[in-house]
Write a protein that binds this ligand. Structure first.
Ligand code: F1P
Length: 317
């Protein structure tokens, strides 16, 4: 087993260590979840979960919050910023946290590095150590930061989520070779808090296997992108709890056009119930999506330890 695969299948003891209540921050007029790459995808998921929990929130890429916060929120100085970064060293995220504090905003950091620049530039630190072998591709750390963010928002993470995630990972893995054989077009579909997770599934697959892929809110897919679907397509549907019937109809339509459908929580060529509350669904599904990226890379003989053009920390001079 390669290093990336090990960090995916061995991530659950780190979850178990991180599960436990976290003091929820004081309510703010707006919470801004900021991060880059994977951490931005997590921010998108957490902002949806925050709104659902009655805490108004948006998600903004680190550089956008650094350079043009007023385009995202007029009263940007009076916000609570939750900055996410595995390394705690990503230039834009650290600079956005510094700038936010300099204008008086409160900053909470979610990171896997407690001695990092981000940890030094926040008002409160939420930390969990990730798998020590994790490399460029964020696997265990992505799940861990999502888990920490959920707890920061006051969601109780039932330890049963570990069994659910393991079941999805193993269930999908058994069928993956047949599902992805000969397929070169992947799309990830998810709504609400599952949109960020869909984007993260797409990002994992892209950086690991170098396959061009996209993610959409499910019903958006019918408005143009569906014209790409054919016998080369795999559609990964992350079924939500709001309108699963409409999502199932879309999945059926994609199958009719030649796609294979991987269905988490609803019908597909692969179909498995998620088995957790809707708020925890993204966390339960994420490791299976990480493994999908790894298996697609293996099928193309690509080593995911050193993805092309990527570094573990992206710093700008
Ligand atoms: C985020 C990130 C990842 C990307 C690569 C480089 O870093 O951009 O999304 O996949 O591994 O780092 P971080 O701010 O979470 O450390």
């Amino acid at each position: 087993m390669g290093i990336t695969e090990a960090t995916i299948v061995e991530q659950f003891p780190y979850w178990q260590r991180a599960i436990g209540p976290i003091a929820t921050p004081p309510k703010a007029a707006l919470t801004v979840f900021a991060g880059c790459g994977t951490s931005y995808n997590l921010a998108l998921s957490l902002s949806a979960l925050s709104n659902a929990a009655g805490r108004p929130a948006i998600a903004v890429p680190g550089d956008e919050w650094l350079h043009r916060p007023q385009d995202h929120w007029p009263d940007w100085q009076h916000t609570h910023v939750v900055a996410l970064s595995r390394s705690g060293e990503t230039t834009e995220t650290v600079a956005a946290a510094r700038r936010s504090r300099s204008v008086g905003a409160r900053v909470t950091a979610i990171t896997c590095e407690k001695a990092s620049a981000l940890a030094r530039n926040c008002d409160s630190l939420v930390f969990a150590a990730t798998h020590p072998r994790e490399g460029i591709v964020m696997t265990s750390s992505a799940s861990l930061m999502l888990l920490l963010g959920l707890q920061l928002l006051g969601y109780v993470v039932d330890p049963g989520v570990v069994g659910a995630a393991t079941g999805l990972l193993e269930g999908l893995d058994k069928q993956l070779p047949g599902l992805i054989a000969g397929r070169s077009h992947f799309v990830f579909l998810g709504g609400g808090p599952l949109y960020g997770v869909a984007l993260e599934g797409a990002l994992k697959l892209m950086e690991m296997s170098q396959i061009f892929t996209q993610a959409f809110h499910p019903l958006e897919y019918r408005h143009g992108p569906i014209s790409l679907v054919d016998e080369q397509t795999v559609a990964v549907m992350l079924y939500g709890d709001v309108q699963p019937e409409a999502e199932a109809l879309l999945a059926g339509e994609l199958q009719q056009k030649g796609a294979r459908v991987i269905g988490f929580g609803g019908p597909g060529d692969f179909s498995q119930p998620v088995g957790v509350t809707p708020a925890l669904a993204g966390l339960a599904i994420l490791p299976a999506l990480q493994l999908l990226g790894e298996r697609a890379a293996q099928a193309r003989n690509i080593d995911t330890v050193a993805p092309r053009h990527l570094t573990k920390v992206v710093t700008l001079a």
